[in-house]
Design a protein around this ligand. Structure first.
Ligand code: GSH
Length: 410
């Protein structure tokens, strides 16, 4: 695919048997652990379907574990306690991912790159998982790494797989890769317990799964992104092979950009939305918007169309997955409403829409129904009635469109 135009090549790669080179991974995430509004047109077509409350109640009833190796929950061990009960700081503290092995082409590697050996378990709602789906498509790995998508609803037992009936009949969940688990697991936690019955971490997506040895290779999206970028290169043809999302000469700048964008933007929306004190919320939301101002200034000064001019990198992927969710969800659900993107950040808005509308890997992996339903109906501590706001309409504006109030500006 020509990344600049988003045009896919006709030829797919024939697996090459030549040995792959070893890649050294640089430092990744270090988990430390003017208001405006948009006007809706008078008559609108709902962009996607929301489900009824009766159905939601039924779903919640279904959301019971299969009974395999479940851990008892007590008040301190409830999956939706984003801030630990009793933590007076009111701060959300993201946990470190647990599984950190690498697919590697080096001789003797435990997880060598192979066609149809690895699988990604993802949620379309989740920005971290979305990173890996974008990279999978950009790197031409669609016939090499398979994927499946969990139901958008995360209940008391965490992410669950869809049922065959939902996959066939429920319009709110339908989408590429939304299928029941092939061995009949009902919840993602069963996958974690299948490799470690004593696992005590969170049951997060994405999960990079080895179908051959039935192990979790890695559940940290920033590292999965790096593996997809380099380790399958000898199994794909040009131009996928030479697309480098983490090029040597930009690594320092990419790492520096990740450092502030991860903490203040990608994780910043969660720290704002999950805060349980006014003080923690305000501190995080102000820091988030200062970081967005910084991103706006950077994109406004550059030729574009990408963060680093004409070179598409990890930075575009990692920032995109947060920005595309911003107006539809974070503005209202996480109270990130000092401004919105479409009317408050023209350069970010232009950059985001270029990626979405011109490069299929971004649009095809964005599912607004999953995104909106997940946040508004799973975080019942934030939205107890599980009512999903209709707007903004549309979820994303067309390339040349502006919100009415902005369009009228001088
Ligand atoms: N650091 C992880 C974070 C992944 C993550 O937090 N995923 C969320 C969904 S957006 C999740 O699965 N949460 C379930 C839970 O925490 O119980 C990564 O980047 O892969």
């Amino acid at each position: 695919m020509n990344i600049r135009t988003g045009v896919s090549p006709l030829l797919r790669g024939t697996p090459s048997l030549s040995p792959l080179r070893r890649t050294t991974l640089g430092p990744l995430n270090r988990p430390s652990f003017s208001s405006s509004f948009s006007l809706s047109p008078p008559t609108v077509t709902l962009p996607h379907r929301y489900i009824s409350t009766t159905k939601l109640t039924k779903m919640a009833a279904q959301d019971t574990p299969s009974g395999k190796q479940q851990k008892p929950d007590n008040d301190d061990n409830v999956i939706t306690n984003w801030v630990k009960p009793g933590d007076k700081s009111g701060e959300f503290k993201r946990q470190q991912s647990t599984f950190r092995s690498f697919i590697s082409s080096s001789p003797g590697s435990e997880f060598p790159p192979e066609t149809n050996r690895y699988h990604l378990y993802v949620s379309y709602a989740c920005p971290w998982a979305n990173r890996t789906l974008i990279a999978r498509k950009l790197k031409g790995l669609e016939d090499i790494v398979s994927f499946s998508v969990v139901h958008w609803h995360m209940g008391a037992q965490g992410w669950r797989f869809v049922t065959a009936d939902e996959a066939a009949n429920d319009d709110s969940v339908k989408g590429e890769g939304v299928v029941p688990h092939d061995e009949g697991f009902t919840h993602l936690r069963e996958l974690y317990f299948s490799v470690n019955p004593d696992y005590e971490g969170r049951f997060t997506v994405p999960v990079l799964w080895d179908k051959k040895t039935k192990q979790i290779v890695n559940n940290e999206s920033s590292e999965i992104l790096r593996m997809l970028n380099t380790e399958f290169n000898n199994l794909v043809d040009e131009p996928y092979k030479s697309l480098d999302l983490y090029p040597e000469d930009l690594r320092k700048q990419i790492d520096e950009t990740h450092e502030w964008q991860y903490d203040l933007i990608n994780n910043g929306v969660y720290k704002s939305g999950f805060a349980t004190t006014q003080e923690a919320y305000e501190r995080n939301v102000r820091a988030l918007f200062s970081a967005l101002d910084r991103a706006e200034a950077h994109l406004g000064q550059n030729q574009g169309p990408y963060w680093f001019g004409d070179r598409l990198t990890e930075v575009d992927i990692r920032l995109f997955v947060t920005i595309i969710r911003f107006d539809p969800v974070y503005v209202q659900h996480f109270k990130c409403n000092i401004r919105d993107i479409r009317s408050g950040y023209p350069a970010i808005h232009k950059w985001m829409r270029n990626l979405y509308w011109n490069i299929p890997a971004f649009k095809e992996t964005t599912n607004f129904a999953h995104i909106k339903n997940h946040y508004t109906r799973s975080h019942t501590n934030i939205n107890p009635l599980s009512i999903t706001p209709v707007g903004p309409v549309p979820d994303i504006l067309g390339l040349g469109e502006e919100v009415a109030a902005v369009g009228l500006r001088g």
